[in-house]
Design a protein around this ligand. Structure first.
Ligand SMILES: *[C@@H]1O[C@H](CO)[C@@H](O)[C@H](O)[C@H]1NC(C)=O
Ligand SMILES: *[C@@H]1O[C@H](CO)[C@@H](O)[C@H](O)[C@H]1NC(C)=O
Ligand SMILES: *[C@@H]1O[C@H](CO)[C@@H](O)[C@H](O)[C@H]1NC(C)=O
Length: 408
């Protein structure tokens, strides 16, 4: 639409198209999207019906990147999360938007990590000389007590952070040695690519995703230490995250800033409106029944305050209709749409096998979930009935296949 207006201007008044000064980041027009084996495996596993038939009809593509597909922590079903390798895999799988969860280091630099204090489960820090800097150094399991460790980005400098290797997220609480504690990858994931994954600063992430010509979704992670931290305030932290994009001359329309803290969202709406207008409110209030009811009731007020995109975990967006036994939109989903807001949700492909009714993500529909292919039944309701704008995925290819099949 913008370009049509610009062309009209050019044609009628010969005014040169004004450069907006933003980084171009146009990626590669030849990018060959690869969805791999998994979507075919899942579709084959589906119960017979129109959705399966439709998905089967799309088997030979073509597949292209889609903004409906949001890479969650990279391609974290198989690749160590928040690594350059994970981003490359997510891009190859067709994700249009790539995530970096943002945490700060001891020297108040911003890096990509899912939590401020997950270095002991997502990196090799315990097996390095930096282990002694951890908030809680490793203590082996003993006398019926589980092993302990807690290592935070704020325990080390950015330069030290960059010396670490990423591993698959996990730990063995029964570990009696560092090596056995670190050996905790869930069975449905893999260590095949956990060969010293490359950690990233926020700036490195920005330059990689910009070079891909794709979009960004940085998440301001809730600090796990009291703020202000050594003079560093929450608002400075929220501002620094946005400033990194401004400094790299990234068009705010390519950036979906997220936070679980409503005050961060309100801060961006007020102080960085170009970013605030598509900030994503990650809503964890839905995790308890009382919180779910409160969250649903609060939607009109949030809309009034300028929040445009809500993002609860996807279980909160559907339920089973008691009469038809079909998966249908939830009260929360209906309230958000009624308020004219968009929905982005998380996280597909995080659950492993669904043959036992799934996990957290399928808690409201578990009675109708009994095989892995059923995940497409849920995605279809989210896409066609809830009309979500995007789905985070630990394995973007599974969503890319669906999105391309349905023209999303
Ligand atoms: C840890 O040990 C307990 C008790 O032996 C056992 O039930 C549990 O499965 C073990 N956990 C892991 C991850 O090995
Ligand atoms: C710990 O580090 C040593 C030396 O770099 C390496 O040989 C070993 O494989 C590492 N162990 C683990 C569990 O990463
Ligand atoms: C829900 O809202 C009520 C009334 O505002 C409040 O008292 C209660 O603590 C809230 N519950 C949760 C779980 O947020």
């Amino acid at each position: 639409m913008h370009s049509v207006v610009a062309l009209t201007l050019l044609a009628t008044s010969a005014i040169a198209f004004p450069s907006n000064g933003y980084s171009t980041g146009h990626g590669s027009s030849k990018l060959n999207i690869q969805v791999g084996d998994r979507p075919y495996y899942l579709i084959n596993n589906m119960d017979d019906g129109p959705l399966k038939t439709k998905l089967q009809s799309c088997s030979e593509g073509p597949f292209k990147p889609s903004d409906f597909v949001v890479s969650h922590r990279g391609a974290s079903l198989q690749f160590p999360e928040h690594t350059t390798e994970g981003l490359a895999a997510a891009r190859r799988q067709g994700a249009g938007i790539l995530e970096c969860d943002v945490a700060f280091t001891k020297d108040k630099k911003l890096v990509c990590r899912h939590a401020q204090c997950d270095l002991h489960t997502t990196t090799n820090i315990l097996n390095t000389t930096l282990a002694s800097k951890c908030t809680t150094p490793f203590q082996p399991a003993a006398n019926g007590q589980p092993a302990k460790a807690k290592c935070c980005t704020s325990d080390i400098t950015q330069a030290e952070f960059k010396t670490l290797c990423a591993k698959m997220d996990g730990f063995n609480p029964n570990g009696t040695t560092v090596a056995s504690y670190m050996d905790g990858t869930p069975y449905f994931r893999t260590d095949l690519y956990a060969t010293c994954g490359t950690l990233m600063t926020l700036n490195e992430y920005i330059s990689i995703v910009d070079s891909y010509g794709l979009k960004f979704t940085p998440e301001l992670k809730t600090p796990e230490i009291p703020m202000p931290y050594d003079g560093y305030t929450q608002t400075q932290y929220a501002q620094d995250m946005i400033d990194a994009f401004k400094k790299a001359k990234i068009d705010p329309e390519r950036v979906y800033a997220q936070s679980f803290l409503p005050d961060d969202i309100f801060y961006w709406i007020k102080h960085e409106p170009e970013f605030g207008k598509q900030a994503v409110y990650l809503d964890s209030r839905v995790d308890t029944p009382a919180g779910y009811a409160n969250a649903t009731a609060s939607i009109p007020d949030l809309a009034k305050k300028g929040v445009k995109i809500m993002a609860p975990a996807f279980f909160a967006l559907t339920k089973v209709d008691p009469v038809t036994k079909k998966v249908v939109p939830s009260e929360y989903a209906i309230a958000v749409k009624k308020a004219g807001m968009d929905i982005i949700t998380w996280s597909f492909e995080r659950s492993g096998w669904l043959n036992r009714g799934g996990d957290y993500y399928y808690q409201y529909v578990k009675d109708v979930i009994n095989n892995d292919g059923d995940m497409y039944t849920v995605l279809d309701v989210l896409a066609q009935q809830v009309k979500i704008r995007g789905m985070f995925a630990d394995w973007p290819a599974s969503v890319t296949y669906y999105a391309n099949c349905f023209g999303l």
